[in-house]
Design a binder for this molecule. Structure first.
Ligand SMILES: *Cc1c(COP(=O)(O)O)cnc(C)c1O
Ligand code: SF4
Length: 384
């Protein structure tokens, strides 16, 4: 057995352990256990500094999960958009391929609780209809292995999956969505990296949510992946009490960049059942973005997205930088709230009735007043 497998075996899983280790009331621990299996591996456990800290909140079962019983089980309609088992096909040229229901740690905020944490083993034979679907749909050029965590498979099983995918000529990019570099970095071994790099182009998107997760171990894991020529990106979830302020996010994004992990997305928390207590007002995320862009390296600035309820996909959310716009100019503010005017290019062949209308309106309007415009910008909620 490899070290990482041994560490999963040594994880906190049972009601008894929850009662002993985290002082959770026994009846509540039993209910939580029924709601969504706990798994806290010894590595991630060692990152907890005090009860209720940002690491604890992500992995220790919380009574609050039981209060939120009305939330949807599948907020992103992944199951409705599943033409065959294990595939979600939402976008034109890429598909999500769920290859396991297991993870190295179970995140209390998980959007896929309905599928994750059960011990149903997925074998290659179970994936046959998915491989067939991917082979038949020549428009798919990017396959995202997810789950669960695809790195819960052994290297041998994962290699079988990759070989099958590489037989399909129209698949260009294979991505792995894995939390292992963050939650169980011991999973990233030289043997794994040597295997993965035979199947390039491979991309990894990992999932760090807090700067304390950047440790010597996780740094080593990310470096190994990068050294194997695998670009590593990060998708994080904005969560109350975990990372809902600009200072923490700045530290996280800069810390990731320093270990060669490129911040990719920040997600507004989904509406998942049992995870409502993690949600933040939209304004919090917009304020964080406002304090990232321009203030830190652009390489460290991810996109803030809402994964639209009902399966609309990821929709980017930006603070408002446009103060006004008409047919011949746009008035903008920068990250310091200074105002700039950019003259637009007028193309007479593209004049629409709306343009003509705006032109008429403009004649009636006074010249813009800078002070008034600054006053009209929505002021961010917190100063830091
Ligand atoms: C997120 C997601 C993708 C990938 O989206 P990108 O914006 O290309 O990263 C693909 N399919 C589904 C169902 C997704 O949720
Ligand atoms: S690793 Fe991903 S799929 Fe697994 S519990 Fe965490 S969020 Fe859910």
């Amino acid at each position: 057995m490899e070290l990482w497998q041994e560490m999963i075996r040594q994880s906190i899983h049972s009601v008894d352990q929850l009662v002993d280790k985290f002082k959770i009331d026994r009846t509540i621990a039993a209910k939580l256990d029924k709601f969504f299996q706990a798994r806290v591996n010894p590595y991630y456990l060692s990152l907890i500094r005090y009860p209720g800290d940002p690491i604890w909140l992500q992995c220790v079962p919380d009574e609050k999960e039981l209060e939120d019983i009305d939330g949807p089980e599948d907020p992103l309609n992944e199951d409705d958009m599943s033409p065959v088992p294990n595939i979600t096909h939402r976008y034109p040229d890429r598909a999500l391929f769920l290859v396991t229901s297991q993870c190295g740690l179970y995140c209390r905020f998980c959007t896929r609780k309905r599928k994750v944490g059960n011990s149903n083993k997925i074998s290659l034979r179970n994936l046959e209809s998915a491989f067939n679907y991917l082979a038949q749909h020549t428009e798919i050029s990017d396959v995202i292995l997810s789950g669960g965590d695809p790195l819960m498979h052994t290297d041998a099983m994962l290699e079988k999956i990759l070989m099958r995918l590489r037989e399909i000529k129209h698949i260009q990019v294979i991505r792995l969505g894995t939390k292992m570099p963050c939650v169980l970095p011991q999973r990233i071994t030289p043997k794994l990296c040597n295997m993965l790099k035979k199947y390039h182009p491979i991309y990894v998107n990992t999932h760090f949510n807090h700067p304390w997760e950047i440790t010597p171990e996780s740094t080593k894991a990310c470096n190994m992946l990068s050294d194997a020529g695998i670009p590593v990106g990060n998708q994080c979830v904005l969560m109350k009490g975990v990372n809902d302020n600009a200072e923490t996010m700045r530290e996280l994004m800069k810390g990731l960049l320093a270990i060669r992990v490129r911040p990719y997305y920040i997600y507004q928390a989904d509406l998942t059942k049992g995870a409502n207590h993690f949600r933040t007002p939209l304004e919090v995320g917009l304020d964080i973005m406002d304090k990232l862009r321009g203030h830190i390296s652009g390489l460290a600035v991810p996109q803030f997205v809402i994964d639209a309820p009902g399966g609309g996909g990821k929709i980017p959310m930006l603070p408002n930088y446009v103060i006004s716009r008409d047919e011949d100019k746009i008035i903008l503010r920068n990250y310091k709230y200074n105002i700039y005017e950019y003259p637009d290019v007028r193309d007479e062949s593209k004049v629409t009735s709306r343009d003509a209308y705006l032109r008429k309106q403009k004649k009636k309007r006074k010249v813009y007043d800078e002070k008034e415009m600054i006053a009209n910008i929505k002021v961010p909620i917190a100063n830091n």
